[in-house]
Ligand binder design. Structure first.
Ligand code: PMP
Length: 457
């Protein structure tokens, strides 16, 4: 973090005092959550089923009792407007009726067979219609989908390296856990656990919007694929320059490098993601989290041309153990969930309503920022928004990282939580679902106003 707290327009001692008050308030109103967490330390590492569940700003994790639509209730009876939505995994809203019914019905008829169901045909055709890629395969997580396409890319190109954006996140994918040092060298991402490979040789990292760096890296002819989100979403939102995708596609084509677009978060831009909205032409596209309405599933699609090369390179007798797999991948339950989600929940009219709500949310945030004259800004991509503690949108990952502030984030997130609003823990992301309503958006604006006023008073 290169900037001091006061550069965020807020006195650091006020941030600290707010945090103390909010921690005390949380402890008073969440006794049952705290008790469950204490007991869970005896049977789960960190007292939670997945370590990042402790990354929320609260003194102990909120333990969920139930959720419906965009509302979550915890075991102490507190309710929340959910703008985190499982960091996009629940972008369809919690428990959408169509998905509940489809999953219950499929479960009663069998969940997994190592054989296709007719529903998988509907799903693949709909994925092709939405995203423009013609041939599809399925996995259970976006991490898996990304791992598999990187393998396929190396197989068909005969090249070994991968390019990613600085401060990207594509899941637990070894090649992508790399960043640029301040000197511009590739280094393992801080906190990378037991790296399986040396990213300084497997991976080249470039900043989003740095066409010259991209060109220099790809001219070497050693890179199998560039794997990118079309806009960064995991270090706040960093939007591409107007001509960036045009240049990215030009250079990848000229150098025989495959272009993989990860739409896992940027589906917020519309029913066919950023790719369809902006007419991008990747060779491969990956997506996870959203499309199953909460049921684990991911997908990767490719062009006909690439599909031909993949099939030619497939060693059929060992296809099940070749590193592109997953016994439960493409299972009937996931497919039923995707069909219900795409046909009845994450529909085109739903995206229109979600985007309108995000516009309303951003207007609310901007009005608070303006009224209190804090040097912050908000960025929106479709139905996803992010606020950041800098006056202007960052142009690359390093700028976005430098604008973050853990202490201010923590104070804001915990104060939001105590006022009944859930924000994504790692940054200030707010996401709309088809079930979110205007009153919930306005509840966020009111809480934001109250917290900023407290931080400044
Ligand atoms: N791609 C992107 C763009 C992501 O944001 C994430 C997770 N945040 C992933 C892939 C990995 O998803 P999962 O953890 O479900 O595998």
């Amino acid at each position: 973090m290169s900037t001091s707290l006061s550069d965020r327009g807020i006195d650091p001692s006020r941030v600290e005092r707010l945090l103390e008050r909010e921690r005390a308030r949380f402890v008073q109103t969440h006794p049952r959550s705290a008790e469950i967490h204490r007991r869970a330390a005896g049977s789960m590492l960190y007292g939670v089923p997945m370590n990042w569940m402790t990354r929320w700003a609260s003194p102990s994790p909120v333990v969920v009792a139930s959720a419906a639509g965009a509302t979550v209730e915890d075991v102490d009876g507190n309710t929340y407007v959910d703008l985190c939505l499982g960091d996009t995994g629940a972008m369809a809203g919690h428990g959408p009726r169509a998905v509940v019914d489809a999953v219950a019905e499929q479960m009663a008829r069998g969940a997994t067979f190592m054989l296709p169901t007719e529903t998988s045909l509907w799903v693949a055709e709909e994925m092709a219609r939405r995203f423009g890629m013609s041939q599809w395969q399925f996995a259970l997580t976006a991490s898996d989908a990304n791992r598999f396409v990187l393998r396929l890319a190396r197989q068909v190109t005969g090249r070994s390296q991968v390019v990613v954006h600085n401060w990207c996140y594509h899941g637990s994918v070894d090649e992508t856990l790399a960043t640029l040092s301040p000197d511009g060298d590739v280094v393992p991402r801080h906190g990378s656990v037991g790296p399986a490979l040396d990213v300084t040789s497997s991976t080249r990292v470039v900043e989003i919007n740095d066409v010259a760096a991209l060109e220099a890296v790809l001219r070497g002819g050693t890179v199998a694929a560039v794997l990118v989100e079309p806009a960064l979403t995991n270090i706040g939102i960093v939007l591409p320059d107007d001509d960036y995708h045009h240049e990215l596609r030009r250079i990848t084509r000229e150098t025989g490098t495959l272009l993989i677009i990860d739409e896992t978060h940027t589906i917020c831009a519309g029913p066919g993601g950023y790719t369809r909205r902006e007419g991008l032409e990747p060779d491969l596209l990956t997506i996870g989290k959203t499309i199953g309405g909460g049921v684990p599933v991911a997908a990767y699609g490719m062009t006909d041309e690439l599909a031909g090369r993949v099939v030619d390179g497939t060693f059929w007798h060992e296809a099940d153990v070749g590193g592109v797999g997953g016994t439960l991948a493409g299972n009937a339950l996931s497919m039923a969930a995707v069909r219900a989600t795409l046909s009845e929940v994450l529909t085109e009219p739903a995206f229109e309503r979600m985007e309108e709500l995000a516009v309303r949310l951003c207007a609310g945030i901007e009005s608070v920022i303006d009224r209190h004259d804090v040097p912050w800004h908000v960025t929106r991509l479709g139905c996803r928004s992010e606020y950041l503690f800098s006056p202007h949108p960052p142009r690359n990952g390093a700028e976005a990282e430098a604008a973050g502030d853990e202490q201010l984030d923590a104070a804001l997130h915990l104060a939001m939580l105590n006022r009944g609003v859930l924000l994504t823990p790692f940054h200030n992301m707010t996401l709309m679902s088809p079930a979110t309503n205007a009153a919930q958006v306005d509840a966020h604006t009111a809480a934001f106003e109250e917290i900023v006023a407290e931080l400044l008073s």
